[in-house]
Each structure stands twice: as C-alpha cells, then as structure tokens.
Design a protein around this ligand. Structure first.
Ligand code: TYM
Length: 335
C-alpha cells in the first residue's frame, strides 16, 4: 500500500534517559509491528525532555543515539519518517494555538503532572511541565494522526488530545482528526524491578530498577536476577497479589508474544530463579542483534544527522497545511 492511502501513525519518546525494556514493551515493538500498515512518523521529542533540566553537554548525543536506537530496533528509515521535534517549528507554533484552547483545570488533573510535582512548591514547578500535554497534543494533531501506539501511562494525555481536538473542531469547523490510542495487551505498563508498585522509568536514579536496551548482557542478567519477587513457592500470574512475579511474566510475554498466564502455567512447578534465568536469556538474545546494529549505526554519524534533517523537512512540509488551516480558521491575517 502506498503512503497516500495509509492512515497516519504518530508516536514519540523523550530523550531524557536510557531507552528501557519498558519502552520496548509499551511502544517500540508495536511501532515495528505497525510500521508497514500505517504512514508513520516517529519523533524524538526533545522539547518534551527539557521539562526536566538536561545536561547540554550530553543532550545532543543522546538525541542522536535515540535515532540510531529507533532504526536498530527495526524501524525502516526508508518507509517511516524519523525526526527531532525541535527541528520542526510547527510543533511549538501549534502548541500556542492549542494552549489558548486548553484549560488549567484539565491540565491540573493529569496524574503524571501530579506525580512529578508531588512535594514541590509552585516556585519550583516549571510551566513547561504543566503545559507538556498540550505540546504532545500538537505533536499528534499536526499530522491528522489516526493511531498513537503508546504505553498505558500516556492514556490520559491521549484523552486530553482528543478533547482538545473535539473542542477545536467544534469552535472552528473540522480541523483535526480525532486520534485513537493503541495499547498493547501485554506490557502496556512494565514496573520497576526493585519496586514493582512503581513504573519502570528511564530517568530512575537507581539503575537496578530498569534494564536499558544498551545494557551489557552481564548487567541485564544481574538486574533480572536481583529483581524483587516474593517467597511464595512456584509461579502464578497474579498481578495484585504477586506484582514482582507478574511483572517478570509481562516482560517475558512482551518479548516472546506469549501470554503471561500461559507462561505462568509453563513455570508453575519451577521457582523464581528458573524464571529469572530464562527471562534474562530471552532478553539478552533478543537484544543482541539490536545492539550490534546500534553500534554499527553510531559509527556513521553523518548518515544519522542527514536522516534526521531529511525527516524534519518532510515532517515540516506535512505539518504546514494543518498549521495554516488552524491560523486561518482562528481568523489570523495570512502571512
Ligand atoms: P515517554 O518518553 O515517557 O515514553 C515513551 C513511550 O514508552 C512507553 N513507556 C512504557 N510502556 C510500558 N511500561 C513502561 N514502564 C513504560 N515507560 C514508558 C510510554 O507509554 C510511551 O509510549 N509524552 C510521551 C512522549 C510523547 C508522545 C507524543 C507519545 C510526546 N509526544 C506524541 C506519543 C505521541 C512520553 O513522555 O513518553
């Protein structure tokens, strides 16, 4: 199918830390799976990343590394558009237009905003962190996106995007496609290895909480071996009663395509150690070719830089009609 007749898919990840098996389970593997059925834009959302202060000396390098990781994980750069958010000014422009149609009340209700600002005073909470979901809405709405493959933690942000789209369409006439989310059945929410009550996060100060896609095989094995489980004998899939074990089964299922319940049956008479051993091997084996491709790509930085430049040009061209239509419908004098 040519791109002209395919529905548009948009997704992105913040370059604010290491890519982890959580990103793989919740997002990346579905990007790979869906890339040939949709006209895809995969963005490195660097403007989102600065809602938390980034070290300028390492930030650009991480952005380049993300581009290499997107390709290494299996995104075909010939078929999909890979680009940096900051290279396409239409994203920040549309954000302003949407800001004036979004409400403080709805942004205040975002659980991610509440979690990230817990215990902080208004004097130390950045406006960018508050406004973050509106920038995400602009990312999605600029391209008349129909499908947004993300993990469960982005569900509320996607709902807000839909609300803003519906509101704008109501006030100004049809402007935006109202997007749908795509959430994986298994692995939509991978939890921290040391604290399975909390989400696995790339910016976690304790590196034992996550497995990074670029961790060495030995580090991966060690982290999985140390993952918190429980003392109940045998393996069962009971996310509420046994969150640590359920998390390992979810990770396993995300990597192999098996259902966590079926895996639990297979391991029913075995212990945590056997499950951890096999899971670590599954991860190491799956990521070995990824790491090889990544390191090859990083030796060709000119290629990556050129690809990102090309991606940004194409994305800006595609974004302009929607941006211009929005200005026009809101009554701005054409430039
Ligand atoms: P971010 O950068 O936190 O995460 C990127 C993607 O990975 C998923 N994810 C997880 N899935 C399962 N388990 C986990 N532990 C886990 N951690 C992360 C996220 O759900 C997400 O799909 N606001 C977004 C980035 C963004 C975006 C967009 C996404 C900006 N604009 C437009 C889609 C469309 C974010 O912070 O994701």
């Amino acid at each position: 199918m040519s791109h002209e007749t395919q529905p548009v898919l948009f997704s992105g990840i913040q370059p604010s830390g290491h890519l982890t098996i959580g990103h793989y389970a919740g997002a990346l593997r579905n990007w790979v799976r869906l890339q040939h059925e949709y006209d895809c834009l995969f963005c490195i959302v660097d403007l989102h990343a600065i809602t938390v202060r980034q070290d300028p000396a390492t930030f650009a390098e991480r952005c380049l590394s993300f581009a290499a990781q997107y390709i290494a994980v299996g995104i075909d750069p010939q078929a999909s558009t890979i680009f940096l958010q900051s290279h396409v000014p239409a994203h920040t422009e549309l954000t302003w237009l949407l800001n004036c149609n979004a409400y403080v009340g709805e942004l205040s209700r975002m659980t991610q905003f509440k979690a990230k600002t817990q215990g902080k005073t208004d004097k130390t909470i950045g406006v960018g962190l508050f406004d973050y979901p509106v920038l995400m809405a602009a990312d999605i709405l600029l391209y008349q996106t129909q499908l947004v493959p993300v993990g469960a933690d982005q569900k509320q942000h996607l709902e807000l995007t839909r609300d803003i789209a519906i509101r704008m369409n109501h006030h100004y006439g049809p402007l935006f496609t109202v997007p749908e989310g795509f959430f994986p059945e298994v692995g939509a929410r991978i939890m921290s290895l040391q604290d399975p009550a909390n989400k696995m996060s790339k910016s976690d100060p304790n590196a034992n909480n996550y497995v990074a896609l670029l961790d060495s095989p030995e580090t991966m094995r060690k982290k999985i071996r140390r993952a918190v489980t429980d003392a109940t004998p045998g393996i069962t899939y009971e996310p509420d009663a046994r969150p640590g074990v359920a998390n390992l089964l979810n990770i396993y299922g995300a990597f192999t395509g098996e259902s966590p319940a079926a895996l639990a049956e297979r391991y029913a008479d075995k212990g945590n150690a056997a499950l951890k051993h096999d899971l670590a091997e599954v991860i190491v084996e799956a990521l070995q070719p990824f790491q090889q491709r990544y390191h090859d790509l990083m030796t060709n930085r000119d290629y990556l830089v050129a690809l990102l430049r090309q991606g940004a040009q194409s994305a800006q061209q595609r974004a302009l009609p929607t941006l211009r239509a929005t200005y026009e419908r809101m009554g701005f004098l054409p430039a």
